[in-house]
Design a protein around this ligand. Structure first.
Ligand SMILES: [Zn+2]
Ligand SMILES: [Zn+2]
Length: 236
């Protein structure tokens, strides 16, 4: 179980099916310490609900809710769809390649997209699911760029749970992160409520590689909040 899940969607993403309140109550019932709401950047459809960012305070004191976004890389220059007007309220920025990007490009193209996006956008904290086989990435180069920028690479439980990435490729990703000495985040990428806090599909991969727990930014609530706090100035 992930104590502090840094990648969770509500129904404001077109692919999510729950309200923030449903997720909070479920997190509470699981004994989780908190999670980040990270709905998609607006080029993927859906909404970002401005009252959530500007007014919302978690009503359940034992569950800490962070405000985030999962941005999309838009081109090879590293442009991302960060929501400029909401940035003053945002705690954490995730970044990934999604179906609004062209498929069928080369490994070099997708790797360059992500590395340029990291370099051009200091607000980015976590690169999500680089093990998506539709958008293949050179893990060594990405892990080195992430290490340099203090960005964490995500180990995404849903990609393994639903067989959307292979164990072999995901193991290679974790090995590259270990070699580069870069941080990782273990996240559920929840769209349906039963996925919240799950990490049991990826735990065996971490163990087989011998990835150090202390390099996982959200290993505890304290470490998750320290990671977020250490980078919040980059959003402003
Ligand atoms: Zn994603
Ligand atoms: Zn996501």
């Amino acid at each position: 179980m992930i104590q502090f899940d840094l990648h969770v969607h509500t129904f404001f993403s077109l692919c999510g099916i729950h309200t923030v309140m449903e997720l909070i109550h479920h997190a509470h019932s699981l004994g989780m310490k908190g999670f980040a709401v990270t709905d998609h950047g607006l080029t993927l459809g859906g909404r970002l609900n401005s009252p959530f960012f500007e007014r919302f305070k978690s009503p359940v004191k034992d569950v800490n809710v962070l405000k985030g976004v999962e941005c999309n890389v838009l081109d090879e220059n590293g442009t991302i769809d960060k929501p400029k007007l909401l940035m003053p309220f945002i705690d954490i920025v995730l970044l990934g390649i999604h179906p609004n990007s062209t498929s069928g490009k080369t490994v070099e193209n997708y790797t360059d997209m992500l590395i340029r996006a990291i370099e051009k956008n200091p607000c980015v904290d976590i690169i999500t699911h680089p093990n998506d086989p539709v958008y293949p990435v050179d893990y060594e180069s990405l892990a080195q760029a992430a290490k340099k920028a203090g960005v964490a690479i995500e180990l995404n439980n849903s990609k393994i749970l639903y067989n959307r990435s292979s164990i072999e490729s995901t193991t290679a990703l974790v090995e590259a992160c270990k070699r580069a000495g870069c941080l990782m985040a273990v996240n559920s990428d929840t769209h349906a409520i039963h996925e919240l806090g799950l990490d049991d599909s990826v735990r065996p991969i971490l163990q087989s590689v011998g990835f150090k727990e202390e390099m996982i930014v959200n290993r505890t609530e304290k470490s998750a909040l320290e990671f977020v706090d250490s980078r919040v100035e980059r959003k402003r």
